[in-house]
Design a protein around this ligand. Sequence first.
Ligand SMILES: Nc1ncnc2c1ncn2[C@@H]1O[C@H](COP(=O)(O)OP(=O)(O)OP(=O)(O)O)[C@@H](O)[C@H]1O
Ligand SMILES: [Mg+2]
Length: 354
Amino acid sequence: MSSQSTRHDAVMAALRNVNDPELHRDIVTLNMVRDLQVEDGVASFTIVLTTPACPLKDVFIRDCREALIGKVEGIKDVQIKWDSRVPTDKRLHGRLDTNMRSIIAVSSGKGGVGKSTVSVNLAIALAQSGARVGLLDADILGPNIPMMVGLGFGQPRLTPDRKLIPFEAFGVQVMSMGFLTEPGKPLVWRGPMLHGVIRQFFNDVAWDQVDYLIVDLPPGTGDAQLSLAQSVPLTGAIIVTQPQDVAIEDAAKGLGMFEELNVPILGIIENMSGEFFGEGGGERLAAERDVPFLGRIPMEARVRVGGDSGRPVIVESPDSPAGAAFRSLAGTVASRISVMMLSEADAVPLNVIE
Ligand SMILES: Nc1ncnc2c1ncn2[C@@H]1O[C@H](COP(=O)(O)OP(=O)(O)OP(=O)(O)O)[C@@H](O)[C@H]1O
Ligand SMILES: [Mg+2]
């Protein structure tokens, strides 16, 4: 028994040499190692990640094996199970009566660059990784999300306390004005009314345990962006841009607006990269403004077909170049959110992961 616990301690001590590559602290200090057992020379334990979409599992496996096999007496093999707890944006505590851990705005300066497409595929890719995801269509006057995820016009059901229950598509909770207004009938609304609806989307919708709420915004730097930022603390904003210069100029404006509103910038996504619009503009803008470049999505007909048919490319062709790009994007975005929430703490956050 005592030799058992000595071995246990020795393994834990050795795992202090394994760092989370993004949080830059060791996985024992971060309280990521759980349920360690040592039997017949095999160390088995669970690593609790800060996101199920973590793209670094292979790095953890390699580093843990390196730290243990041949380094701790008697350890011949390592078996790792995975679990995850997405951290909660501290500013959300007490601000909402929903269980939301983070809220991410998807915006741009310019229309038609692919915000809704990115929002949909990103949300589904995160859900596919095992995260609990909500998708809020904040384009009140031109809601495209229902069509893009294959849902039509239809009154959501109500909870006993009269909150709207989101619809579900591809494992994502979805709410949109498109469910509530008749198709083809334009809404003509003023700013204050838009503001009211955006607030209601948070207060009067029965969101169920959301790790990531992805908010698809209308184009521009107007009322919707302002209302959203004033209604809830945003964990961060993603700016979507096309690669060409005119688009970049507008994206820079969109970026500037969020900076002015003190919303952290998660980074820039370049969409529709390829022969037609070129490539590299998004990355250049990110470098110029000193914000992360999150990735590029190629221009592909199947992305558009996915949007029109209600079966997004991440569902219909997950292994196509665009599908793979969205999956990798989801990992990058999720990691970036974890890093933002955990490493900005001033002191060493012991037990940061509940
Ligand atoms: N990577 C891509 N490859 C090919 N087509 C794309 C790609 N991304 C988006 N599209 C298509 O471009 C059109 C505009 O995309 P989307 O509606 O997502 O843009 P948006 O920025 O949300 O537009 P709006 O400003 O009107 O809200 C859609 O038909 C969509 O299917
Ligand atoms: Mg849109």
